[in-house]
Structures are given as C-alpha cells and as structure tokens.
Design a protein around this ligand. Structure first.
Ligand code: ATP
Length: 316
C-alpha cells in the first residue's frame, strides 16, 4: 500500500503504513545426513527439511530507528541487540536494498531457543519477509533467499517452507514434490538447549574415534516414502546423523525417545542438533494421546502436537 502524497513536499513513501505481521514455522529434519567437514568449516549436508505448525510471529511497524522487543519462549534470555538474528536480518535487507533500517520490530516466540527447531533462523526469515513488505523493497523470493543464505544455512528453507531437499551446507533448497498429505508429529521440548556447533564437533569426535553409527547416505528411501500416504512407511525412513552426538551430550534424551516409542509413536528422532525429539504419529488423535502420555511421564518440559508440511514465512 502506498501512502498519500504530502503537500509539504515530502517524498511519497513506499511500503506498508500499518503493521506487517509475519508468521514463520519451525523445522524438523526428516533426514539429516552429515557429510565431511569442508574447508570453510561447514559440513556438507544432505537433508530433507519439513516445516511444522509451531510458529513464531514477527510484527514490523514504521519507526525512526531499529528496535526489537519480544515475548514468549526465551524472553529475558535472548539478547535483543545487533547479535539477534532479527536485527541482523533487518540490517542485511536494508543494506542490500539501499534503504535505512528503520522499524519497530516485535517478536512473539513459541519456538524454543537452541532446540534444534531452527527458531533463530525462522525469525531471520520472518524479518526479511516483514521488512520487505514494510519498506516496499519488493525483492523476489530468490533475492530474499540469497540474503537469507548469508544469515544462516536454514534461513532459505524457512522462507520457502513445505518439505524440501537441502544440500551444500543446507542453504541450497529445492522443493520435494509429494502427495498433499499432512503428517502428525509430537514435539517433545526439553529443558535448556544444545549448541549446534558443539553437536557437530561432538559428531566429528565420535567419527574420529570410530564410535559414531554409519552415516545415513542418500535420501531416496525417505523421498519415496513421502510420495506414499502411509506414516508407517515414512517412520521406517527417518534418520539423523547428529542424533548420536546429541545423545552423547544429553544422555537423558535416550529416555525421551524410549518413552515416545512406548507411548505408541511410529518412530522418534532427535530434531536437528537437539535436544527436541519429534515423534511420528498415525494421525492427529494418535498424536494427542502420545503427547499426553509423554507429558505425564515427565521426560520432557512440554509435548506439543504439530502437523506438517506448512508454508514458510508469510504475511498474515
Ligand atoms: P538450528 O536448528 O538452526 O541449529 P536451534 O533451533 O538449535 O538452531 P536457535 O533457537 O535457532 O537454535 O538458536 C541458536 C542460537 O542463536 C541461540 O542460542 C542464540 O544465541 C542465537 N540467536 C540469535 N537470534 C536468535 C533468535 N531470534 N532466536 C533464537 N536464537 C537466536
């Protein structure tokens, strides 16, 4: 929406005059194949991302400077200065588009911090989409994805959403064509986070010591399972090379995985670098039953039901 011409000679301002609200999902990796360490310090990844219905929400309003406030998961713990991925994303977009990074940003966070659900990357993706609309910079999805890739490996996927193959260090994303099916998940959120770089270092250490499990390899079986509608087939193909590392760093997660399977989940895996564990259910009602059983056994801080795939960062 364009603002009206002003008689005092001020230039017509582009972009939205009212607040822009963007909702962005969390991600899980249905397959996280970790290849060798590259010269640039990243690992080569072969992953299948899947966006699920746990959301953060970013609201962007016009302002005279750039400010960030937040509520929800991690409020009071997470720095709101230029180290926050929201602020970094706003600066990166403004720099690319040649506009002043002026906005009042507010984050409502439901994705746990350092949980292996890419909450920070989600917030960066939401900020790019929100500020693009607020400032009227009108970038294409591909331009936004380019800026996103510099902010973090998972950020381009969180702009796209859905289910997608990620290669390179995860930033090269291509959508997976699958039947329009919803899958139902139970997301077991742990107390406290795990550091992603520490999980990769632990995997390198386990591999050097020869105690890591065999690497997952290709995504073919998982991609074939996604083309069917049977959650039992999908369950047999889920995998995460970082799981051994997360379990070594947080042995209690083995109990969480066991409890989910005892509660009837078709399969359970650690999400990304953990400590969140995700369990595949037959359907929504089955997921609700597993979630209440997990909550009762106290193997996690909270168990939430989610479905996927859902869209990436979108203006509401
Ligand atoms: P991933 O799955 O991408 O490895 P994660 O889910 O384990 O990530 P995040 O919640 O994305 O972890 O955050 C990782 C770190 O990023 C946090 O510990 C925090 O220091 C930093 N960070 C910066 N900005 C944000 C933000 N807006 N939300 C969450 N973390 C942020």
């Amino acid at each position: 929406m364009t603002e009206a011409w002003r008689p005092d000679g001020e230039d017509e301002r582009r972009g939205a005059s009212g607040p822009v609200k963007v909702r962005v999902p969390a991600k899980v990796n249905l397959h996280l194949g970790v290849g060798p360490l590259r010269r640039d310090g990243y690992h080569e990844l072969n992953t299948v991302y899947h966006a699920i219905s746990i959301y953060d929400e970013l609201t962007a309003r016009r302002g005279d400077t750039l400010t960030l406030t937040m509520e929800g998961e991690g409020a009071g713990e997470l720095a709101l200065d230029d180290s926050n991925l929201v602020m970094r994303a706003a600066h990166a977009l403004a720099g690319y588009a040649g506009v002043l990074p002026h906005a009042r940003l507010h984050l409502r966070k439901q994705i746990p911090l350092a949980g292996g659900l890419a909450g920070g990357s989600a917030d960066a993706a939401a900020t790019l989409v929100a500020c693009d609309a607020l400032w009227g910079t009108g970038l294409t999805r591909d331009e936004l994805a380019g800026i996103a890739a510099d902010l973090g490996s998972d950020v381009p996927f969180l702009i796209h959403g859905g289910t997608a193959l990620g290669t390179g260090r995860g930033e090269a994303v291509s959508p997976v064509l699958a039947r329009p099916t919803s899958w139902y998940w139970v997301v077991a959120i742990a107390d406290g986070g795990l550091s992603t770089p520490a999980a990769y270092r632990e995997l390198d250490r386990l591999r050097e010591a020869g105690t890591a499990g065999p690497p997952l390899g290709a995504t073919d079986a998982l991609l074939a399972a996604l083309r069917q509608r049977d959650p039992r087939v999908l369950a047999a193909t889920l995998g995460n090379d970082l799981q051994d590392a997360a379990l070594a760093m947080r042995p209690a997660l083995a109990e969480t995985l066991k409890a989910g399977e005892a509660a009837g989940a078709l399969a359970g895996i650690v999400s990304g670098s953990g400590p969140t564990c995700v369990f595949l259910a037959e359907n929504g009602a089955h997921a609700e039953r597993i979630a209440s059983e997990l909550t009762a056994t106290e193997v996690c801080r909270e168990a939430r039901v989610a479905h996927g795939p859902v869209a990436g960062a979108r203006v509401n």
